[in-house]
Design a protein around this ligand. Sequence first.
Ligand SMILES: Nc1ncnc2c1ncn2[C@@H]1O[C@H](COP(=O)(O)OP(=O)(O)O)[C@@H](O)[C@H]1O
Ligand SMILES: [Mg+2]
Length: 265
Amino acid sequence: MTAREPLLSLDGITRNFGAIEALRGITFEIGKGEVVALLGDNGAGKSTLVKIISGGLEPSGGRLVYEGREVRFGSPAEAKAAGIETVYQDLSLCTNVDVVANFFMGREIVKRFLGIPILQERAMEAATAKAIADAGTRIPSLRTNVEHLSGGQRQAIELNRFVHWGGKLVLLDEPFAALGVEQTRRGLEMIKRIAAQGISVVIITHIMAQAFQVADRMVVIRQGQVAGDVRTEDTTADEVVRMITGEAVKPPRAPIAEARTTGPA
Ligand SMILES: Nc1ncnc2c1ncn2[C@@H]1O[C@H](COP(=O)(O)OP(=O)(O)O)[C@@H](O)[C@H]1O
Ligand SMILES: [Mg+2]
């Protein structure tokens, strides 16, 4: 349970794939500016849950309450419009155009001159440069095509773009799987920086050290249920491993509806 004001509450989320019950009543909250590590064994239901939060899959049951209102995202575009986005390494950047074009993809600044739309390249470049500098990221040239940048630089561009356009909750599914040690370290630092700006982060990782480095809270999913919901400072790697394997359970709070009727959160 989070001590912060919740941004997103999951309340009894279920999801079936035919006869498979991938999620069996997931209830937890993501606070504003909080970094939540989602942990669990292969097949536990982590990716399914992330897809439901970001509009890629519809839940079979349960509710999502976002900024105090129940929401249903019919597509990733709807979730994105609400400020929720999954950042995949590479996948959402166009590698054959430069950093500025990627930053403004679909949001280009255009002015009409004698009725002809003209791209405001200088304004877009300046805005991109400012966003990237504010985030403390260094990219050799904003006019470099993305194909020439490293995986870590691409991830930085995606995260900075997300922040720049008013993102509120970013979901990262194994974001560092293809990155080296130094790039991973910078990625973890960047997550902390964006959380400090009030943005919420859900990160799936199977590397316990990463979770302990970056997360305020850990939510462990086991066989489609929440097996643990603990603050990082209140747990140990040992305990988290036991929650993942089912040897220990730290049951989360009661379902939200119940909790509301039994007293203040
Ligand atoms: N599209 C799908 N069709 C059928 N079963 C699926 C589908 N996606 C996930 N599953 C099943 O749901 C369960 C949870 O999968 P997943 O969310 O990918 O777990 P995790 O990301 O924790 O490894 C698994 O049993 C998996 O086989
Ligand atoms: Mg997965």
